[in-house]
Design a protein around this ligand. Sequence first.
Ligand SMILES: CC(C)(COP(=O)(O)OP(=O)(O)OC[C@H]1O[C@@H](n2cnc3c(N)ncnc32)[C@H](O)[C@@H]1OP(=O)(O)O)[C@@H](O)C(=O)NCCC(=O)NCCS
Length: 150
Amino acid sequence: MQTEDIVDVYDLERITFAFPFPELYISLIFFQNPDLCFALEIDVNLSNNNNSYSKIIGFILGGRSSFKSEAHILSIAIHRNFRKKGYGKMILRYFITRVKELGFNSIKLEVRVTNNYAINLYEKMGFKRIRTIRKYYEDRENAYLYRLIL
Ligand SMILES: CC(C)(COP(=O)(O)OP(=O)(O)OC[C@H]1O[C@@H](n2cnc3c(N)ncnc32)[C@H](O)[C@@H]1OP(=O)(O)O)[C@@H](O)C(=O)NCCC(=O)NCCS
């Protein structure tokens, strides 16, 4: 991810989540750990000619957990028009590979207990449910804490 992607990532965050991270917070996450933030860009072909343009259709914002050797997925999204095509798996797989190369030993994340799509994705990628965190979200929904040992 590059600095100029922050606006597009924020736009995607805003249309995806009921309680999106503010743009300033996304900037902070990116500048603290640019090596843990990834934007997925694809070329979109315009139907009436041979021209195409690039569009960010997904992202992962990562940080470091309080355990120094653990990475933390703070936000992940794929644009709704591009879901169920394998992009979520693709960007998460890429994140896991990069995090391993950077020397981390594990990855943790929180997910809403009702977010079955995301839970399926994480479990498919080998994440294990650790515990429930009560009233974790702004609307007081519980979260599951998941961890992947690398
Ligand atoms: C969760 C999310 C990132 C998945 O992205 P995606 O590109 O649709 O995922 P993929 O196409 O790579 O699918 C990966 C796995 O997710 C699960 N999944 C995807 N769509 C699903 C659906 N409609 N029903 C059940 N599981 C589904 C499946 O396990 C799938 O693996 P499979 O295709 O081998 O069965 C995407 O749905 C999203 O952006 N959701 C909104 C934001 C969000 O909830 N983020 C997570 C916050 S913790």
